[in-house]
Design a protein around this ligand. Structure first.
Ligand code: NOJ
Length: 554
């Protein structure tokens, strides 16, 4: 089992091919470039790469508007390059997950072009139409502020079409069996080319009932089982990681009671409470979010993350908590994305303070799930708020002090490299950090190694221990006769506190520090007295170092 359910103890690195490494000098990254950086990723220790959409696209939503599901956008290379890349990844023991964007297509997709131009087109029913403007046309926008409606009139079709996102992203009629069959075909195609699964975009919308008459869309969860079943037929260890920002009450609908639907889901609930904890030094809501989402089928897993390519969505927090996070991490209007969230990268949100950035990563890595790192975070890259919308946090990877940060030979990359200020590439780049033993890059490499060697976090039961201070979080994991304890001090000052280790497991009297040294012996009442620096953190293993002998590999 341990070696089968690889995603339970993986370290995922997400990147967009276009922002990683350009080799042909057109200012856009490509698969050839990504291949040249594979040893970098191997060295960092990541076990899987999640690629943002790279299929043919007009690129009006950074590729989340696909116009041909069976091709690589020529700017990134060819299908041949893609296969070379999956092969290169496999040679290094790295799996590849790719985005699967099938809630909608681009309006430039041949299916939509055909559907709009002929009511008898075989693709007409692949989209959602209405002759009259639906009553709820001004409701349910995902991008309020830039999106005025969810129904747009199309002259050619002489009808309104439904689009949950931008008007150039018409929704597919996912209830149509032909559309479902096509989705399976798309999955089968990429599986054949070497991927280990998919990050499925906008899952709640994929499975939602759609149509002009629908006022309260119900979800067709059964579809998720069919997706999984098909995938498992084609490749037993392939997975689906769902983007589904839903309430904990419905988690089981997505995972399936028997774990027969989505293998993984991003934990948005925990993500938002984590930012509240970092902003307020109060970990109580985070503990609640962990508890609410802790029960899941044994084969299911959470994807834990700090920032991603979208804004930091704070929609699940109570109003006062949301305001606390805005005040701490995105007080200015240009740091926010309308009232949806904060569009900055992690490092600038935390004032570039290495103690806070490392603590945030240590915290995320030690939450119950599989960590997902965003490219550039390993060197604490910044953002460029002069760029529109979410582009500010999608700037090219900063490799060195060469022109354009070594990203491209072009003097005009499609998205500009960050040059000025403390996050400019002269200050923040891979080459410099590689040479510095204390750099963020080398620290994160060590964190990754440590996380991989603590499968208790990926597999085990997690309980929160009472520290007597909401600003000190202590999580204990128990799994197969082994236990790990992780403590974080969210306060900006050092703290000393006492900890009584509850829970089953071995060796609570002796804590072995697996990060920096500094073990702890309990007093005769079984209490530990621990000291943490300002924004400090420690990872301990309980008991002696013979833990490997206690673990069974079944
Ligand atoms: C969610 C993606 O993360 C986001 O970037 C995209 O704009 C929407 N889905 C639409 O595909």
């Amino acid at each position: 089992m341990i070696n089968d359910l690889w995603y339970k103890n993986a370290v995922i690195y997400c990147l967009s091919v276009g922002s990683f490494q350009d080799t042909d000098g057109d200012g856009v990254g490509d698969f050839q470039g990504l291949m040249r950086r594979m040893d970098y990723l191997g060295g960092l220790g990541v076990t899987a790469i999640w690629l943002m959409p790279f299929q043919t696209s007009p690129g009006r939503d950074d590729g989340y508007d696909v116009s041909d599901y069976y091709n690589v956008d020529p700017r990134y290379g060819s299908l041949g390059d893609f296969v070379e890349f999956t092969h290169a990844a496999k040679q290094r023991g790295i799996r590849v997950l790719i985005d699967l964007v099938v809630n909608h297509t681009s309006s430039e997709h041949a299916w939509f072009k055909s559907a709009r131009s002929d009511p008898d087109s075989r693709y007409r029913d692949w989209y959602i139409w209405s002759e009259k403007k639906p009553a709820n046309a001004n409701k349910g926008m995902v991008f309020p502020g830039v999106q005025k409606s969810t129904w747009t009139y199309d002259e050619k079709a002489a009808a309104y079409y439904f689009h949950r996102f931008y008007d150039f992203q018409p929704d597919l009629n996912t209830a149509n069996p032909l559309v479902q069959a096509e989705i399976l075909k798309i999955m089968g195609f990429w599986i054949q080319l070497g991927v280990s699964g998919f990050r499925m975009d906008a899952v709640p919308f994929v499975i939602a009932e759609k149509g002009a008459e629908v006022t309260k869309p119900s979800e067709q969860y059964g579809m998720l089982r069919r997706f999984r079943e098909f995938l498992q037929w084609r490749k037993g260890d392939a997975i689906i990681l769902a983007e589904a920002n839903v309430l904990p009450e419905t988690d089981f609908e997505y995972f399936g009671d028997d774990g027969d639907r989505m293998h993984m889901m991003f934990n948005f609930q925990v993500n938002q409470s984590m930012f509240y904890a970092l902003a307020s030094a109060d970990a109580r809501p985070l503990v609640k979010a962990i508890e609410k989402t802790s029960v899941r089928p044994a084969t299911a897993q959470w994807g834990m993350f700090l920032r991603n390519h979208d804004e930091l969505d704070l929609g699940r927090l109570p109003e006062t908590h949301r305001q606390t996070v805005f005040d701490a991490f995105g007080p200015d209007k240009d740091m926010q994305l309308y009232d949806r969230g904060i569009r900055r990268r992690l490092a600038p949100m935390l004032d570039g303070d290495p103690r806070r950035i490392r603590q945030a990563y240590s915290l995320m890595f030690s939450l119950p799930g599989t960590p997902v790192i965003r490219y550039g975070d390993e060197i604490a890259m910044g953002d460029d708020l002069s760029l529109p919308e979410r582009n500010c946090a999608r700037t090219p990877m900063q490799w060195s002090v060469e022109p354009q940060a070594g990203f491209t030979k072009s003097s005009k990359p499609e998205l500009p490299v960050i040059v000025d200020g403390p996050y400019g590439y002269h200050h923040v780049n891979v080459a410099d950090q590689r040479r510095d033993a204390d750099s963020m890059l080398n620290w994160l490499e060590r964190l990754i190694r440590m996380r991989k060697e603590a499968p208790e976090i990926g597999w085990g039961d997690c309980i929160s221990l009472d520290t007597g201070d909401p600003g000190i979080l202590a999580l204990r994991y128990d799994w197969r006769n082994n236990s790990v304890l992780v403590v974080h001090n969210l306060h900006p000052k050092p703290v000393e506190f006492e900890l009584q280790l509850d829970g089953e497991g071995t060796g609570g009297n002796r804590l072995i520090d697996i990060m920096d040294g500094g073990n702890s012996e309990a007093d005769d009442k079984g209490r530990h007295t621990l000291l943490l620096d300002a924004y400090g953190y420690r990872w301990y293993r309980l008991g002696g170092l013979d833990y490997l002998l206690r673990r069974s590999e079944v």
